[in-house]
Design a protein. Sequence first.
Length: 287
Amino acid sequence: MDIQALQTFVRTAELRHFGKASRVCNLSPSALTRTIQRLEEEVGQPLFLRDNRSVALTPAGRKLLVFARGAVEDWRQFQESLTPGETVSGALSLYASITAVYSLLPELLESYRKTYPDVQLELRTGAAEKAIEQLLSGEIDLAVAALPDQNRGRIVFMPLAETPLLFIAPKTPGFEVPSRFMGTEPLVVPQSGTARQRLDAWFRAKGLVPNIASEVSGNEALIAMVRLGTGIGVVPQLVLERSPFRNEVELMDPAPELDPYVVGLCSSKRNLKRPAVKAMWELAEKL
């Protein structure tokens, strides 16, 4: 069982798609399949459940994924420890929403690339509420995310910005916007994350059951659904200000006051021991 095979397995497990994994790993589909088959022979059990539509990990595959991520990370740290002098090299993965990439990261990424050209920087974008999950699972080294209400002890957090959570309503004809939020209106809500937790807590405190019309992944998608007239939503002001639909929704006022988002750079204590990650963190502190 070699490191390259484990790296291939990790990417395949994360992507849940053999075709995409073969392209990302720069392998032919047959070579990737042979790599997975050799791992399955070594483990003695199937690692994936495959059909024409989906790929899923077996129980053995989920256990191997934990081991493989740790082994790959240990190997990267070992390689970086052999780098002579003050040279920072290796790879660094960073996860952020599209809004964060546009608004919070340009100066940091540009400065990092100029200062540490030998680091292979991987930028992944997606829904903000997935950031902490991917960080804790070991899929990424750093993330830009809201300070979570849970798992605070498991992450290291550097604040970058604070932004209010706003209630927004559609301007769509036929959608009756109430003069104030009552808690009975149809809602568009994030599937998970800090905003969802705070909204759920507000409803529990009021003894109300939310009327959820739609659940979405990502604040950008939430604004788009509100714009269509699906319901009322809650989004960070930072995201709304940069949305192409900002003029097609309206703020609700008065509306419940939820604690604001504190958006920052997140990592784990283990990841911060790696020179490439530590360099990014220290550069963010300076900027």
